[in-house]
Design a protein around this ligand. Structure first.
Ligand code: MN
Length: 231
């Protein structure tokens, strides 16, 4: 194909135990999927249907095995961490049933939904969209993905985040308001899901500020770990 500019690279993630890469198509994120986090944000705990937003695929910071370096973003004084379980899709579709949904999963990982909390608060106050608060460059550091053949479909596992060796966030993914199957089914009512899609499944309570030089360790126990530094 004849393009007048260089073809942009396709963002991709490492796959544990493989030299192959997982190409990232879209990044869907679930908001307020743990009751304690919804409360700490002053939001109602909604159990009817999940709230979604998106990040651009090239917001990914992929762990190549030695940890990630995440530049402190521009235009914020309040960069917050949100540790989340990541779901990667190997297939998709529209209007999927909960039963069909898990068959779409390629694997699982752990990542941070980095957030310009000051810009998010300003956007909420004005009823503006969240893109500048959530979808900025380098806002999605993600571990290597663990294929479902190795991980199974985890329904209970500790999800933790340590900053400079101190525990900041801790939950069990069993406490998610919407589990993985229902999340995929709900997303597929709104978008045609595709192989390569990633889902950030929401963060537990304990979100707080990061500073330059902070070292983080995110872990989905028994499955995936992500180490990194804010630079
Ligand atoms: Mn989040």
């Amino acid at each position: 194909m004849n393009h007048p500019i260089a073809t942009p690279a396709i963002p991709s993630l490492a796959i544990a135990g493989s030299s192959a890469r997982f190409p990232v198509h879209r990044i869907y994120c679930v908001g307020r999927n743990y009751a304690e986090h919804a409360r700490e944000m002053g939001a109602a705990v909604e159990r009817g249907s999940p709230m979604f937003f998106m990040k651009p695929a090239d917001a990914i910071v992929a762990d190549e095995g030695a940890g990630v370096l995440v530049p402190y973003p521009s235009a914020t004084q309040e960069l917050h961490h949100e540790v989340e379980m990541i779901v990667a899709l190997r297939s998709g579709g529209s209007s999927l049933s909960v039963e069909q949904a898990l068959d779409c999963v390629f694997g699982y990982g752990v990542g941070l939904d980095l957030t310009r909390r000051d810009l998010q608060a300003a956007a909420k106050a004005k009823g503006h969209p969240w893109d500048a608060a959530k979808g900025f460059d380098h806002s999605a550091p993600v571990s290597a993905l663990v294929p479902v053949e190795r991980s199974g479909h985890p329904t209970a596992a500790q999800l933790t985040l340590d900053i400079n060796g101190e525990r900041r966030q801790q939950t069990d993914i069993a406490d998610m308001i919407f589990a993985v199957g229902p999340i995929i089914a709900e997303l597929s009512k709104l978008w045609a899901l595709q192989a390569g899609d990633l889902i950030f499944t929401g963060t537990p309570a304990g979100v707080a500020a990061l500073a330059r030089g902070d070292r983080f360790r995110a872990e989905l126990a028994g499955i995936a770990t992500l180490n990194g530094t804010i630079t």
